[in-house]
Ligand binder design. Structure first.
Ligand SMILES: Nc1ncnc2c1ncn2[C@@H]1O[C@H](COP(=O)(O)OP(=O)(O)OP(=O)(O)O)[C@@H](O)[C@H]1O
Length: 335
């Protein structure tokens, strides 16, 4: 493995038993991942894409049936203990004891990892300062806001001074202000300590704003990887979005197919409303033709927008379905 890769994984496969006579679930289906040391890497994918399973394999909590992975220079299967000494892992649930204060939680975590009482107290103080926990550091953890509790979770992942920190959905459930504050914190951590951060997220905006590079995961594979800007710049042209009223999806699709210069058209219907999203080399040149084609097909429409590519469009191009549709499908499947 090149020394500058903090994570280097090839062909990871992991299946879970389906249960109740259902077929097995292939959660990872040949997943590759390369994360340069000192960077923030986003594992981005809709619900059920395989992000958490990837994190579990890389943190030695689960074993892949096939493939290899090295983290901080060590093989996750053969040198699991060496990997564990070099990583921090913050899962989706909290690891903090609600009855203790953040300071006590941090000191206890350090003690559990073998620190003397004095060292544990000093490490807790350092992390309290670093995360700006202030007076919240000495209040019972259950009394804190969601954002502060999540910061404590991240601080707990850093008690052991890891080289690689894995964060599973660090901002799910946080309000926009707490989310922005967490983003700033993660960026600062990576910048100041040459720490490598691998975070899973299903927020496109989070990956776009925070990550040096992203791997877009879909159905257990990485469908495309690169910096958010690189990925977006591979998509020339514009995205055209037309809001629809009580649409008949087939009629919209065939209307879109009749418009020259409209690619990757996807129709998303949600109850009485819907949306047509398509790629086009020049949005302003096709707007009139799209509206005319929809009218001819008897489809009522609302606002029409032309925008520059987003990561949503990158996902659409590489996964063959829109992000919203993929998320909706996996939520449906989970019911
Ligand atoms: N313990 C398990 N037993 C059976 N199936 C599982 C188990 N854990 C995950 N799966 C399935 O494996 C697939 C990948 O799940 P995973 O949790 O890795 O996805 P994810 O991208 O992290 O999704 P989310 O954002 O919802 O956490 C899904 O189909 C999921 O239902």
């Amino acid at each position: 493995m090149p020394l500058d890769l903090a994570v280097d994984a090839h062909g990871l496969v992991k299946t879970y038993p389906g249960g109740r006579g259902q077929p097995d679930v292939r959660a990872l289906d040949g997943l590759d991942l390369a994360v340069p040391a000192g960077t923030v890497h986003g594992l981005l994918g809709p619900n059920g894409a395989g992000k958490s399973t990837t994190t579990k394999v890389l943190t030695t909590l689960a074993r892949a049936a096939e493939g290899t992975a090295r983290v901080a220079g060590f093989d996750v299967a053969r040198d699991a203990a060496a990997v564990r000494r070099r990583i921090g892992y913050v899962s989706q649930g909290t690891g903090a004891d609600g009855l203790l204060t953040p300071r006590e939680n941090l000191a206890m975590a350090a003690r559990l990892r073998g620190a003397s009482r004095a060292d544990a107290t000093a490490r807790a103080r350092e992390l309290v300062d670093r995360f700006g926990l202030g007076e919240a550091a000495d209040r019972r953890t259950t009394c804190l806001s969601g954002g502060t509790r999540r910061k404590l979770d991240v601080a707990l992942g850093l008690v052991d001074r890891p080289q690689v920190l894995f964060l599973d959905e660090p901002t799910t459930g946080l309000d926009p202000e707490a989310r922005a504050s967490m983003w700033a914190e993660i960026r600062r951590l990576a910048g100041e300590d040459a720490l490598t951060v691998v975070l899973t997220t299903h927020y496109l905006e989070e990956a776009d704003r925070l990550a040096d590079a992203v791997s877009i995961v879909d159905q257990g594979r990485v469908v495309v990887a690169g910096s958010p800007d690189e990925l977006k710049s591979t998509l020339a042209g514009d995205t055209l979005t037309v809001e629809l009223v009580e649409p008949d999806a087939d009629a919209v699709r065939s209307a879109a197919a009749r418009v020259a210069g409209l690619d990757d058209a996807v129709v998303h219907v949600e109850g009485p409303t819907g949306r047509l999203v398509a790629r086009t080399p020049d949005g302003s040149a096709v707007v009139a033709a799209v509206i005319a084609a929809l009218r001819d097909a008897g489809v009522r429409h609302g606002a029409v927008a032309v925008s520059r590519p987003t990561l949503d469009d990158v996902y659409l191009r590489h996964a063959g379905r829109s992000w919203t549709a993929a998320d909706a499908t996996s939520k449906e499947a989970a019911r």
